[in-house]
Design a protein. Structure first.
Length: 397
């Protein structure tokens, strides 16, 4: 989940007598393949934070960078060649991904012989870099013009290919290896906004209220059709998404309004994942569900996460945070006050007083057992099943 918040403020109804600050100087980077939990009291800024990522809201001040950001190693290499350059580097059609004293644009990338070749261009000169098998970057060329100095032949051919209609015919270049980087700012038009919406999908509370088509299949296919896919392609994507969420073919032609509550929610979620988002934001995804429905829904999200989707989950359920999250951000009155693993967070003695959060029930129960003399390892307890396993281990040990 390559996302970076830089000095982000957000004020509702800014410059009016009713102005209300929701985010206050947020600086944080979210890593690839996190299952991130956003927690905090009601009104702490969780939903506002999440909606900056796919530009439903734009920062009043600061910026949010979303996409495959190139690590800082390359910035150091580039800085040694061009003073003042610092990179939010990624690849995006025609978008200037460099900000600094030297105006550079990462205009090209290709996987060639298992190396990621990068070409940065400016009016003054061009930098060519590559990423080797150790994921480290080195600058291999600094030229005034690509025409003045020959690149390695396969790199040159691939570069020419992306600049021409022959791009898709070049076997060593994979179009899907182009990574998008989106910059969300207040006063700038977001280039590729439509692509950002598919890159980062959001499931709102009670998503089943958004169903509207006459059949399940048409409803889920609506998103892909809206993004330019043919009817056949959209339906294939819809069928694949419905399969992922556990909706069988016998329901494809049914009206979504004839389904059960749990089925409706699954269909609505399928409509989001049909676009194959890299990031999936879940706003209180288990709201209104019974324990069985909650378990099934979280099993679905865990499956999507295991298949490579980055998850951001807004929730008040600390037991879900403990069981599923790999990282937790705590917001309080618009400020980021904690960034840790679930175990680190719940180990704090002042959890409720300092963070206005309740300890997961399974940990509370486990601590009661410890006070009664049962020696449990709290680091191994994430849910009821792991608590039972720990009790059995203690019993047989």
């Amino acid at each position: 989940m390559p996302v970076r918040f830089e000095n982000v403020f957000y004020v509702y109804q800014a410059h009016s007598p009713f102005a209300s600050s929701a985010l206050n100087d947020i600086n944080v980077s979210l890593n690839s393949h996190d299952f991130l939990a956003l927690v905090g009291h009601t009104g702490s800024g969780k939903s506002t934070f999440a909606q900056q990522i796919n530009a439903l809201l734009k920062p009043t001040e600061g910026k949010v960078l979303v996409g495959e950001l190139i690590p800082f190693e390359i910035q150091k290499k580039l800085s040694s060649l061009a003073e003042g350059v610092y990179a939010y580097a990624g690849i995006f059609e025609g978008y200037d991904l460099y900000e600094g004293y030297v105006d550079h644009q990462l205009s090209f990338a290709a996987l060639i012989k298992d190396e990621l070749i990068l070409i940065f261009e400016s009016k003054k000169f061009t930098l060519v870099a590559y990423q080797d098998e150790n994921n480290s970057y080195s600058v291999i060329k600094k030229v005034k013009s690509l025409k003045q100095e020959l690149l390695p032949q396969d790199v040159k051919e691939a570069y020419i290919a992306i600049k021409s209609p022959l791009m898709n015919k070049y076997s060593s270049f994979k179009k899907e290896d182009i990574k998008n980087v989106f910059c969300v700012e207040n006063k700038k038009k977001i280039k590729g906004l439509k692509s950002l919406k598919s890159y980062c999908g959001m499931v709102f509370q009670f998503p089943e209220y958004q169903l509207f088509e006459e059949s399940v299949l048409l409803d889920v296919a609506f998103g892909p059709r809206n993004f330019g896919f043919s009817k056949q392609e959209a339906e294939e994507k819809a069928k694949e998404a419905l399969k992922k969420v556990g909706i069988g073919e016998e329901l494809f032609s049914r009206s979504p309004f004839e389904l059960s509550g749990g089925q409706k929610r699954r269909v609505a979620i399928a409509g989001i994942i049909a676009l194959n988002p890299k990031i999936l934001i879940l706003d209180e995804p288990t709201a209104g569900l019974d324990p069985i429905g909650t378990r099934e829904m979280m099993k679905l999200f865990k499956s999507l996460y295991d298949q490579g989707t980055d998850i951001i989950m807004i929730t008040h359920d600390m037991d879900l945070v403990l069981k599923y999250a790999t990282r937790v951000l705590v917001l309080n009155h618009g400020k980021l006050i904690s960034d840790s693993s679930p175990l680190e967070l719940f180990a704090k003695s002042d959890l409720e007083k300092e963070y206005n959060l309740k300890e997961p029930e399974v940990l509370t129960f486990a601590k009661r057992l410890i006070k009664r003399g049962i020696k449990l390892n709290l680091l191994k307890i994430k849910d009821i099943d792991s608590l039972i396993a720990e009790l059995k281990e203690v019993q047989h040990g």
